[in-house]
Design a protein around this ligand. Sequence first.
Ligand SMILES: NC(=O)c1ccc[n+]([C@@H]2O[C@H](COP(=O)([O-])OP(=O)(O)OC[C@H]3O[C@@H](n4cnc5c(N)ncnc54)[C@H](O)[C@@H]3O)[C@@H](O)[C@H]2O)c1
Length: 473
Amino acid sequence: MAQLLSSSCSVTLSSRNKPYLKSFDHGSASFSCKNSTSPFRRLFLQENKPRKSSVVVHATSVSTSREAPVQTSSGDPFKPKRVIVIGGDGYCGWATALHLSNKGYEVAIVDSLVRRLFDHQLGLDSLTPISSIQNRIQRWKSLTGKSIELYIGDICDFEFLSETIQSYEPDAVVHFGEQRSAPYSMIDRSRAVFTQQNNVIGTLNVLFAIKEFREQCHLVKLGTMGEYGTPNIDIEEGFITVTHNGRTDTLPYPKQASSFYHLSKVHDSHNIAFTCKAWGIRATDLNQGVVYGVTTDETAMHEELVNRFDYDGVFGTALNRFCVQAAVGHPLTVYGKGGQTRGYLDIRDTVQCVELAIANPANAGEFRVFNQFTEQFSVNQLASLITNAGEKLGLDVKSISVPNPRVEAEEHYYNAKHTKLVELGLKPHLLSDSLLDSLLNFAVQYKDRVDTKQIMPSVSWRKVGVKTKTVTN
Ligand SMILES: NC(=O)c1ccc[n+]([C@@H]2O[C@H](COP(=O)([O-])OP(=O)(O)OC[C@H]3O[C@@H](n4cnc5c(N)ncnc54)[C@H](O)[C@@H]3O)[C@@H](O)[C@H]2O)c1
């Protein structure tokens, strides 16, 4: 029935007679092509681009019976072994997939490759040249002997997702597979709608797929610290105990999202919390801070494993953007007063946190929330750290205040708790001079690839739908 409720799904109910499935061989995997009715395709149609098919890569294993009690693949509910990484071709997902594979987990990547499409549509590119997902996986196999299975398709397509879950039989699903840029979601109506459909329906499909086909599977979902906004009180990890009119209760921490993207994450969190209660789903919501850095032990092993590094005004995150700006001699673009304070973490800690969440699963029916960051900085503090590190490398780094394209407090109280992952064993990589040196050197190494027209913010929260001109320095 779930297929019939999803707005983006195919109504084909039988797994036989699928005229759109055309299998062909590719190494040991069986690949199939399928026309998708996903928002991904709708985005093409809205933009009058030629229609494209999404590619579905099917593993060959058979499904489990829904009635049979589901055990983890290792036979021990506390030792999850098989993990699906949704969004495994993206920045956090690629690093995580390799890390988990290296740590002995069996890993499958699910990705629609829509992120690569966004780059093409907006004329953006990663600072680092990145290989195709197929080449990445083949290179990993040739270096380590470890296989990563690949399912290319859109999780908004419930039929694709349910076949994937039934065929791979994961113990954990790590869900990175969303449109994750706040500016992208604020470009215009179609991007706002795409972001919320893609993210909310995708996550809803994951919840239904787990309920219907893999009920003991642990969902590890990437949320964002941006869900909380910037309240004038301490931010707790997911829940706050409130006494009101003499009565006390522990309630979900209030959410104050500040873009259509952040709102999609809030909607996701509510849907996940509800299904934990209603269906007994086990879930961990990782409210992640801003991720910086590019290299992990695994991605450093070969140039074909190198991760993406976004520096543009739409997908670039603060510290990564500043490093590239410093490397090419562009003033650091501080939005407004620069007092905006957020939680940050090294990508090496992202992969560590996800591994810790998987290794210590939530109980059935439990909705856990971890705040996933290691330090907090204001934008001005980051600019000053980069200026000092750049000077040591002989770079002349200046900062400018640019009109803030966002609607946000530019000076505010910020104190967010982040102890639960540390209690599970997280050993943080704190931002240090040596990391800043290596990040800056990294940016200098690839500076010829920088398109300086992409550096300034080009999307305004106040003028949604009015495409501002890309500003050059
Ligand atoms: N990068 C950060 O600083 C940061 C901070 C906080 C939270 N997060 C969250 O972490 C997750 C990963 O972020 P990222 O920076 O790696 O993003 P990314 O854009 O690099 O990767 C996301 C991946 O998901 C895929 N994807 C998107 N929609 C999909 C769909 N419907 N079906 C299948 N695949 C789909 C994309 O093709 C892409 O490869 C996101 O949920 C994001 O909101 C990221």
